[in-house]
Design a protein around this ligand. Sequence first.
Ligand code: ATP
Ligand code: MG
Ligand code: MG
Ligand code: MG
Length: 572
Amino acid sequence: MRASRFFISTLKDAPSDAEIVSHQLMMRAGMIKRLGSGIYTYMPMGLRVIRKVEAIIRDEMNKSSAIELLMPLVQPAELWQETGRWTKMGDELMRVKDRHGREYAIQPTSEEVITDVVRSEIKSYRQLPLNFYHIQTKFRDERRPRFGLMRGREFTMKDAYSFDRDLAGMQASYKIMFDAYTRIFTRFGLKFRAVAADNGAIGGSGSHEFHVIAHTGEDALVYCPTSDYAANMEAAEALQTGERAAPAQELVKTPTPGTVKCETVAALLGLELSQTVKTIALTVETEKDGKVSKAYFMLLLRGDHELNEIKVGKVPGLANHRFTTEAELLEVYGSIPGFLGPIGTLQPVTVVADRTVANMSDFVCGANAADFHYTGANWGRDLPEPHIVADLRNVVAGDASPDGQGVLAIERGIEVGHVFQLGTAYSESMKATFLDENGKPAPLQMGCYGIGVTRILGAAIEQNFDDKGIIWPAAIAPFEVVLCPMGMDRSELVKEETEKLYAALQAAGVDVILDDRGQRPGAMFADWELIGVPHRVVIGERGLKEGKLEYQGRRDTEATGVAPADIVAFIQ
Ligand code: ATP
Ligand code: MG
Ligand code: MG
Ligand code: MG
């Protein structure tokens, strides 16, 4: 590829709505362009990365005997009504009507359609096992689309669906996909972790999420460094139920002064101390049985208006809820019987902007749980460490690992893949059966397996960037190598050597771009550092006369002189 014939559009500054690094850098590098909330055009530079991600996924899926097909984006409502998801999915499901008034879902996933395909195609156990997949646009009307491709409304997913004759077969298919995912994320060149997950609304018996490790990740991952135990926070908390409810009561009875270090809180929340965090304290006044009591809430915000975590009290189902506005907080807490009581008034008491967690002291905080209030609490003074620990998380670093093999650690991750053992939930509601060896109809055993193709771009950047821009792992970089000739139009020697090198790299199968735009070196280098191409070769007349090209890896601090004849081997 020649840069003059490609489309490159870089920006010095990111738009103000881009809150996290990956979103900012993708906008600045001209990889995506916003069309509407959570809806983006994949620009040529970004699409190259998407295609590489897809190619690796496709290769590993095919090697795992999964078969590619392509299911429609627009799916009749009737199918979704069969499984009950037409109503269960709520507002996240995008519904449209055609000119006859018939209703359709725009697919957020495709369990219904694939089950419909299979129920009419599969007659006998002899046709099993089967695994179908597609890489297709998804639409989810996310309540808060944000972070660019990370949580879009329209995005690309690879979703696969396995069909087996029995439980053991389904578990074997699941294992094959689990292993394929491990190879896929390894090939991407990303640091990742597979964790046990709750099955949630889908039901079924087993599930794992694959997370790219990044301290900006939305999810807390619990793992044991000395064993194989790893789970997402929800699954880890599910094992802990009840155990940590006690400290809240204790606190009310014995408000013993104590100290909580900011470091402890930061570690619990998986934040780096240097990270800028905005903090809001809220007081909630509660009236119950004629008695007014106050409870304090501590909210941590990251970025401009992103409320990151609220971990207060023992409110069923709200342990991980995230709120955007105070009104929303009131709406949710106010709706819990026995929590706020009949009257709940919410007053913002303090807003501390742009302070690091490390600087927070003397800060009003506390927690509330049904019938148990912490009042007058202060991070710098009052709360004994175990209590705030109990407030923030049910599972904390240092807890014993459930497998008894050590203690738990916590890190943050971005969910990029999810594998599920579905069992017969869909096949039973949709009557997808096959005839077993005895000629008897039996429901198909299903599994489903998703990878967030477009989210991977954001996740890869959150893990790999510096102050100059993106640092793509070579396997998914838009280009592997950029050639930067110095004065190609002035120097015949430079021109000749550059063309020779360009041809040699292409012949060697290297994905190379030749920057022939005639820009000044500073601007040219800044572009490619921002875009994040892993290898750069500078071709200059002076160097050539000494028999050298200047090679610099994206993470290198200095260039290395390499002979033109050695450069192909050097890069590979
Ligand atoms: P999340 O917890 O982030 O909302 P999810 O659990 O709802 O994700 P799944 O239904 O498990 O998502 O879908 C499979 C994969 O699709 C996820 O692991 C994620 O990588 C990707 N994905 C889900 N929602 C989005 C989105 N709004 N934008 C981009 N990718 C997404
Ligand atoms: Mg979701
Ligand atoms: Mg999830
Ligand atoms: Mg998921």
